[in-house]
Design a protein around this ligand. Sequence first.
Ligand code: BG6
Length: 484
Amino acid sequence: QETGCLSIIVLGASGDLAKKKTFPALFHLFAQGFLQSDEVHIFGYARSKISDDDLRNRIRGYLVQGKTSDAVQLEEVSKFLKLIKYVSGSYDSAEGFQKLDKEISEHEVSRNSAEGTSRRLFYFALPPSVYPSVCKMIKHYCMNKSDLGGWTRIVVEKPFGKDLASAEKLSSQIGELFDEPQIYRIDHYLGKELVQNLLVLRFANRFFLPLWNRDNIDNVQIVFREDFGTEGRGGYFDEYGIIRDIIQNHLLQVLCLVAMEKPISLKPEHIRDEKVKVLQSVLPIKDEEVVLGQYEGYRDDPTVPDHSNTPTFATMVLRIHNERWEGVPFIMKAGKALSSRKAEIRVQFKDVPGDIFRCKKQGRNEFVIRLQPSEAMYMKLTVKKPGLEMSTVQSELDLSYRQRYQGVTIPEAYERLILDTIRGDQQHFVRRDELKAAWEIFTPLLHRIDNGEVKSLPYKPGSRGPAKADELLEKAGYVQTHGY
Ligand code: BG6
């Protein structure tokens, strides 16, 4: 374990992401002893002219929601808030970043970093439009200067561009200033417990090894559903849409882990090499295998243009051209303002050949990994219906985390990933070539949507999305389970 002074700089400290995700994650790490008061200092940087206490109070508001009676928690919150300092400045001002550097350096001197290394972690809770200038400022004014070693790392959030060309441009701009091991492209789905479990599940269980291929699997669904709309983010969302917001990153990362070959070791580079290979094997998406939707009322948001064609829902089939997966549709589904909130992976197996029970209609074997809410894995299988008759019924083997791991708190994705950035583990972060390959898959379709060549169909908020999406699912081979 590295020791020595650690400065965490949250850029965009007064924004939504910082308040809702970054600071709470840092607090939880602090409360669990991963951030030591004698080593760590947290700096908030943003344009607003506010004081240290203003920022602390805002963060406090988020941390103590609904838990005000817990005295121990309040005590921890106060200790945590003491570690935070605020520096105001714009994102392209030399003066602002010089001031920031001065504050960080003073902290390093006061923590006597001569005894250890000096570590600087810059967390970008910022719109990507300012990434290039912020990177320049950090590079010029705020790099770790300790002779004794240490590091400077940056953590960047999506959206990384809008298509292949803009993403590549952004990557080059950042790449000219920082080396790949310094850049942590965060995709918070990679920090979710059941996403991290995928490698273990696939490669540590004999059950799955022989079955995980085109001979046995009929289709795979990777699903994201939210039961709320864009809620005040209409302006941002309309520029991006559901494919750039969810499918191109979160769901595609899940697809990689479901479909990749076994890496030669657990080293981050070995895992990421395999992910890139899967991405590069995905065939171009066909318009006839895409259904887009937009929920009614989406355009009521004053920041959304009246004629917007931006999808808030998409179902599409991805096809992987390799020996393991040829012919197996990977159905990606994502939507806002639907009937429920859920993210899951559904692996549906082929029918049993020579079905002597004539139970085909009841459904197929299915293995479901529910990422959220209530993490679980279950296998749907056919059993004899208990009783005197020889008839069959669909049942399940259920591993529900809440029951099985009572008392275990599952860490928040951001918490885990921020800890990885401090430890220098890039396994759960997106590498530059991975990002490029991801954009290569979606860019042609996105351009056709942006040009209005592929239209979004209306759907009712609180519904399952456009009916055409279910038709596409059926066409792709998914068989709905009955009597279940
Ligand atoms: C974000 C998207 O990346 O993920 C949001 O920008 C979405 O639109 C969110 O709501 C979903 O994250 P989670 O962890 O709640 O599934």
